[in-house]
Design a protein around this ligand. Structure first.
Ligand SMILES: [Zn+2]
Length: 353
């Protein structure tokens, strides 16, 4: 019953050539391509609203400093990811994660690398902020004296945004694995953990969904229309991203051959950077979590609608096979979901270096 929903379930064997199993669901959305982008107004991300411009004719030095202080504080708060109330919980989760990694030595090195990179990133941003304060102050004093021309001051740095797409949701359960295991909840579990790690690493994040729901509009009628509306909403959120932002979709795979297992990352072919991001995430997962996984990243055709139409850097991570009994057990385990999310987050970080 849910088969029609699951627009991109494929075999992970695809990169090896044989046994490709393409779910037919996506074909029905081709007719809606012209409509894509026309809906989902609520999906527009708040971005670039008031952060970049200062009208020099109106601003004196003191006001300028005040503005920048508030701006920097807001950015810093975002980068740190969490407020004081859950900082303790965050530390506990991070330590739990490290303690539960099967390849602890490698994981510790990975954590150390991440922390160092995070600190470097923070330091760079801090340096940028100091430079920006100095430049803005000098500029403000100058302009207050002159009080003539209108000048636009651009932001000195841009925090990349990662749009995290937890696949399926609500009435769309996605793939069904061993013992009736439903995909959508596992996707959300990994996506929420990924959101946590990326924020800890200084990224801004947006999630297509944070709970068990789908994104179709009220007007959508039958099942087919609701599914089409849901995909349109996710696509509109991706369209709202800026050029440097990323789209990462989280899914679980399934295959008729129960032995198939292992993470595999698919990428959009519309921008070459998508393949780079996919490779980075695949390598990170293999290095940190699945040393025996020999799967290769794979370009997406029109069987994955969101990647096929993407005009942003876009990948889809098939975290594992819920049709494989052993991997299905792992994928349901919160600690493993956290490890998977951590490995994906490190892959995103590697992409930017
Ligand atoms: Zn799926």
């Amino acid at each position: 019953m849910l088969r029609d929903f699951h627009e991109q379930e494929r075999t992970g064997e695809g990169s090896h050539g044989a046994g490709e199993e393409i779910n037919p669901g996506i074909g029905e959305f081709e007719a809606a391509e012209d409509e894509i982008g026309g809906g989902a107004d609520d999906a527009q991300r708040e971005n670039n609203g008031d952060g970049g411009c200062v009208c020099a004719g109106l601003v004196e030095a003191e006001l300028l400093k005040q503005w920048h202080g508030e701006h920097t504080a807001a950015r810093t708060e975002q980068a740190i990811h969490d407020t004081d109330e859950n900082a303790a919980e965050g530390r506990e989760k991070f330590l739990l994660h490290v303690a539960s990694m099967p390849r602890i030595g490698m994981a510790m090195r990975g954590c150390t690398m991440v922390i160092i990179r995070f600190k470097l990133r923070r330091a760079l941003w801090g340096a940028s902020a100091v430079a920006a304060v100095f430049a803005l102050t000098v500029l403000g004093v100058h302009l207050a004296r002159e009080a003539t021309k209108e000048v636009v001051v651009e932001e000195s740095y841009v925090v990349p945004v990662v749009l995290i797409d937890a696949g399926h949701g609500g009435e769309d359960g996605g793939a069904v694995g061993v013992d009736g295991l439903v995909e959508k909840d596992l996707n959300l579990g990994v996506a929420l953990q990924l959101d946590w790690f990326l924020r800890a690493l200084g990224y801004e994040t947006v999630m297509t969904r944070c709970e068990d729901c789908d994104l179709h509009s009220e007007e959508a009628g039958n099942l087919r229309e609701r599914k089409r509306s849901d995909i349109q909403a996710r696509f509109a959120m991706m369209e709202a991203l800026s050029e440097d932002d990323l789209f990462v979709s989280i899914h679980m795979n399934k295959f008729g051959q129960a032995s198939a297992r292992g993470t595999q990352v698919f990428y959009s072919t519309n921008l070459p950077q998508s393949a780079v991001l996919a490779e980075s995430i695949q390598c990170s997962v293999v290095r940190l979590l699945q040393p025996n996984n020999s799967r290769q990243v794979k370009p997406s055709g029109d069987e994955i609608y969101l990647l096929y139409r993407a005009q942003r850097v876009a990948v889809l991570v098939e975290c594992g096979f819920i049709s494989n009994a052993a991997e299905a057990v792992l994928l349901q385990d919160e600690a493993y979901q956290r490890q998977m999310a951590f490995a994906i987050a490190v892959g995103v970080l590697d992409y930017h270096e």
